[in-house]
Design a binder for this molecule. Structure first.
Ligand code: 5GP
Length: 249
């Protein structure tokens, strides 16, 4: 059932989404814009359909996770660019799970690009643009009280559960889930997955050709960003409308 909550004032505008209050304190509206940014917003561009594709993509993945019993803030799609979510008190950390070595892991540790990581590596980063989201460990999180030890254990457990669910989902569609970033928050006392899961915040490679099918296409000027996001969606069976099907308010 569609919750009929009206969009209220803007709460926050991030790099690719704008968050609005609603009449109900417990819910927010996430508006996926057409903007893409990289390198801490030093590189910026707008791509037609990006917001729409990411909105539907995220709804599909969050739905799959919820079906499997993982709590997320996602409530429902409201329109092509908007979704209703629970209002979480966000934990200021990014949890990154890596199945294959690439990106900052290769730069920081000098390991071989493309190395298969078994078991997967889980890393925490502090969400702080002014510091460039530095890597932090359990000891930093404990001492600086960014999360309790129990919350850290929960975030690790859920992050790896997400991997067990999504890795085969992508592989069955001919793609490798290389790595991804998750963010968590509290709804009352309940810790749950927040933010988004889209090709903006994960790496996906074609399983045969290793073609990059994620935001690295933008970061590395590889072209066809949205066409490739749509190809990922199509392979997963995600239905994305061609024209505006639901009315954006
Ligand atoms: P890396 O640490 O290699 O740069 O990124 C690891 C994974 O986390 C990649 O899938 C990357 O897209 C994602 N990631 C890390 N930080 C951010 C961020 O600030 N925003 C987004 N959208 N994704 C991020």
């Amino acid at each position: 059932m569609v919750k009929s909550l009206k969009r209220g004032p803007e709460l926050y505008s991030g790099k690719a989404k704008t968050i609005y209050l609603t009449e109900d304190d417990h819910f927010l509206i996430m508006h996926y814009r057409d903007d893409a940014t990289a390198f801490n917003a030093q590189k910026k561009e707008s791509f037609s359909r990006k917001g729409l594709v990411n909105n539907y993509f995220n709804a599909y993945i969050m739905g799959k996770l919820q079906e499997a019993g993982i709590s997320t803030h996602f409530e429902q799609l409201l329109s092509d660019h908007e979704s209703l979510v629970k209002r979480l008190n966000m934990i200021p950390l990014e949890c990154v799970v890596r199945n294959v070595a690439t990106g900052s892991l290769v730069k920081r540790l000098g390991v071989q690009e493309g190395l298969s990581l078994e078991p997967p590596i889980l890393e925490f980063f502090l969400k702080d643009d002014s510091l460039g989201d530095p890597a932090v460990n359990d000891s930093h999180i404990h001492t600086f009280k960014w999360a309790t030890d129990e919350q850290v254990a929960q975030m690790k457990r859920i992050s790896l559960e997400v991997n067990e669910l999504l890795k085969p989902l992508f592989l069955n569609a001919g793609m490798i889930l290389i790595d991804y970033k998750l963010e968590f928050g509290l709804f009352g006392d309940s810790l749950m997955l927040g933010d988004e899961f889209t090709p903006d915040g994960c790496r996906i490679w074609d399983a045969v050709t290793f073609k990059k099918m994620d935001k690295d296409r933008f970061r590395q000027d590889l072209g066809n960003l949205i066409e490739t996001y749509e190809e990922v969606a199509e392979r997963l069976g995600i239905k994305i409308p061609n024209a505006t099907s639901l009315c954006d308010s």
